[in-house]
Design a protein around this ligand. Structure first.
Ligand SMILES: Nc1nc2c(ncn2[C@@H]2O[C@H](COP(=O)(O)OP(=O)(O)OP(=O)(O)O)[C@@H](O)[C@H]2O)c(=O)[nH]1
Length: 435
């Protein structure tokens, strides 16, 4: 069986688009046809004024309260910000978007499923090779969890008879491996059922661990579905700094653009220059335009501008990077809340996906992070990053058991291809040390 990333059912424009404000008259465009260019005359690179994108009350129209933004000279992959269009209710009638004829397949829908396993016979060999490669990395990465588990299981199983004490010891081993109390108890209960009452081997217990872990993970192993009835489908990426937001955005953009999806990126982490630069590099690599502003600019204004621009450009997907400063939770909450509110001015359903990156090497900390971002940003799904390296992936089991949030992808390296659909069976086997 081959791994494929896209199950495409394209029929863009088949459904009515969300209304949007009238567009300004386009100016002559010197840039290449496929790249978005400013619809206004060239702007100076000195700070410019735009309409702010937010007001304390979402229902109120945006009033001019200038937010200085640095408009850099246009780069091939950049979209300079334009003045924010008014956020009042847009005109009820709007000419429909031109139909995109990417697929005329009967029964096609405005949905893309990213990360689903589909049969693609043409790519069997390449896909199998890739799968083996990342499975190896996953096993290596999870070796810290599974080695600990293995050592401790081996220690426990110097005795052959499974006693109540041994089951209790096993429970502790599993809790120490971050799998969470709930899963540990389920494994222990399973063992205590009597099936493994005598001469139980370490391999038997590993199989039970793998089975129980898989049972927890199977419901959350879901592909990322992009509903292109909302064009663009807005993905807001949140998570603590350094957990891999920008890298994941780059990898995801690469998958999408390779599948013919028109992606725009927004550098909403206006707090760190390096984060903006890093996103621009991913934009160059993937051919996705990057909408950015100067360091320290209002992230919500940037998000609003990016959404409006992506709509004008007919982008299929807009991915917005954000800052993740947990040091000041109130500030973080305010910023994310503001971003969500302004996006809703352009589409009440936006953001359509809120993706949180969770660093697998942080163990129990990851659980706290999910709790915080879930309450602050309404996370709709997770990507667990850095499962290569010295991962402590057991925490994913505890997070899945507690939050039951979809896990769309796992990151197994820093390269563009190192983002894989999450598979419960592979992960469970790797964590239990089964090959
Ligand atoms: N080994 C490994 N490294 C990763 C993975 N994902 C991201 N990284 C690395 O982790 C570091 C932080 O990643 P970023 O993408 O910058 O994280 P961020 O959340 O955007 O952080 P800020 O830019 O500070 O907001 C970088 O060095 C990445 O290359 C992964 O799956 N595996």
């Amino acid at each position: 069986m081959a791994l494929g990333f896209f199950k495409k059912m394209f029929s863009f424009g088949a459904q009515p688009e969300e209304p949007r404000p009238p567009e300004p008259q386009p100016a002559p465009q010197p840039a290449p046809a496929e790249l978005p260019v400013p619809a206004e005359p060239p702007r100076p690179s000195t700070p410019a004024e735009i309409q702010p994108a937010v007001e304390p009350t979402p229902a109120e129209p945006i009033e001019p309260a200038p937010v200085p933004l640095e408009i850099p000279p246009a780069q091939p992959h950049e979209v300079p910000l334009r003045d924010a269009p008014p956020a009042e209710a847009p005109p009820a009638e709007r000419p429909p978007e031109p139909r995109m004829e990417r697929s005329a397949a009967p029964g096609s829908e405005d949905r893309i499923t990213v990360g689903k396993t589909v049969e693609r016979p043409v790519q069997v060999n390449a896909a199998e090779a890739q799968r083996n490669r990342w499975l190896q990395r996953l096993r290596e990465g999870l070796s810290r969890s599974s080695r600990e588990l293995g050592d401790n299981l081996a220690g426990v199983f110097t005795r052959t008879l499974l006693t109540e004490e041994i089951v209790e010891e096993l429970e502790e081993v599993l809790i120490r491996a971050d799998l969470g109390v709930e899963t540990a108890m389920r494994v222990a209960d399973k063992l205590a059922e009597g099936r493994f009452s005598s001469r139980t081997t370490e391999a038997d217990v590993r199989r039970v661990v793998a089975g129980e872990v898989e049972a927890v993970l199977r419901p959350v192993a879901q592909p990322l579905e992009l509903d292109l009835a909302h064009k663009p489908h807005v993905i807001l990426v949140v998570g603590v700094n350094g957990t891999g937001k920008t890298t994941t955005i780059g990898k995801l953009a690469a998958k999408l653009t390779a599948g013919g999806v028109k992606v725009t990126l927004a550098a909403g982490d206006t707090f760190r220059a390096a984060a903006i630069e890093q996103l621009k590099i991913w934009g160059e690599r993937t051919g996705a335009p990057v909408i950015s502003s100067r360091l320290g600019a209002d992230a919500a204004s940037l998000a609003y501008e990016a959404f409006a621009q992506a709509k004008r450009d007919g982008a299929d997907v807009l991915i917005i990077d954000t800052a993740g400063r947990l040091q000041n939770k109130a500030e973080l909450m305010g910023e994310l809340d503001k971003i969500v509110r302004v996006l809703k001015k352009l589409d009440p359903d936006a953001p359509h996906t809120v993706l949180q990156t969770v660093d697998a090497t942080t163990g129990q900390n990851a659980m706290n992070q999910v709790e915080i971002f879930r309450s602050v940003a309404g996370v709709s799904g997770l990507v667990m990053t850095k499962l290569d390296g010295t991962a402590r992936g057991g925490i994913l089991v505890a997070i899945a058991a507690k939050h039951k949030l979809p896990v769309y992808f796992i990151g197994v390296g820093e390269q563009v291809d190192d983002l894989e659909p999450f598979r419960a069976d592979d992960f469970a086997n790797a964590i239990a040390g089964l090959t």
